[in-house]
Ligand binder design. Structure first.
Ligand SMILES: [Zn+2]
Length: 263
């Protein structure tokens, strides 16, 4: 029964160098576990190009979000920002881009704050111009970002791995934003509280692989798309709903948010 569940991983980094040599295994894992869509998020130009190659080989399963991650703004090569914007624009015209991501702001990289802000603004303007959803990283900056986004004309916003504060969650929900949650839903009381307070219709599942999870049942394992099965079970547990109801709604949310038909 459970093996028939249709699942989605709305945030993974298949083209991350840590996954080099493992992508065939990850794709097999996804196909064997009921995954019907993976959104491979880029971090810079090179990971955008690699993500597009993976999509070309598996267009029925792999979708791509392209952009520049806040962690990478300081190691951009000369011209890389403009080249990435051109690549995204050109690939969008070919119908290959699902979203702009992963973009955002990270409080741990305060020394490059101005640079982060400049790149984030360029990425948000691009999402606006192309009419694409934005997938946002907001460690320690969620409230700031939720307050700044209304000045952009964005169609759809996904706050990935939303953790706190709850006031920003309520504002995000009022704006119709979506959030993704991953393996910590199984063991983190903070994330379970977010899931309790977020309507199921605004939730998507993710792994954020190759990020490693140090707690059971994920510890010691390479992060794989099939981890979202545990996430769906955890959401069902928190919400007091059946696993099937949660899985179905999350696939529907994916279709609505990204404007694609999966099954
Ligand atoms: Zn990520």
């Amino acid at each position: 029964m459970v093996s028939n569940l249709k699942l989605v991983d709305a945030h993974i980094h298949l083209s991350d160098p840590q996954y080099t040599g493992h992508t065939d295994m990850l794709i097999d894992d996804a196909k064997n576990s009921g995954l019907v869509a993976l959104v491979s998020n880029a971090m810079d130009y090179a990971t955008s190009v690699e993500a597009l190659k993976l999509r070309e080989k598996n267009p029925e399963l792999i979708h791509v979000a392209l952009g520049i991650h806040p962690w990478n703004v300081n190691i951009l090569k000369e011209g890389e920002l403009e080249e990435t914007i051109s690549l995204i624009t050109e690939q969008h015209q070919l119908g290959n881009v699902l979203a702009i991501g992963e973009i955002g702001l990270d409080c741990k990289y305060e020394s490059i704050w101005e640079h982060q802000l400049m790149v984030f603004d360029r990425m948000l303007r691009l999402a606006e111009k192309l009419g694409l959803p934005a997938i946002i990283h907001s460690r320690g900056t969620t409230e700031f970002i939720v307050d700044m986004l209304p000045s952009y004309n964005l169609k759809r916003v996904l706050l990935h791995w939303f953790s706190h504060p709850m006031t920003a969650l309520y504002k995000a929900m009022e704006h119709g934003y979506y959030i993704t949650e991953g393996p910590p839903t199984v063991y983190s009381t903070g994330i379970r509280e977010v899931v309790t307070n977020a309507p199921l219709t605004n939730l998507l599942t993710e792994t954020d692989g190759p990020v490693l999870f140090r707690k059971a049942p994920f510890n010691g394992q390479m992060t794989r798309p099939s981890f979202v099965r545990e996430v769906v079970h955890a959401i069902a547990d928190v919400k007091g709903l059946s696993v099937e109801t949660v899985a179905d709604q999350i696939v529907r949310n994916f279709e609505v948010f990204f404007n694609v038909k999966l099954i």
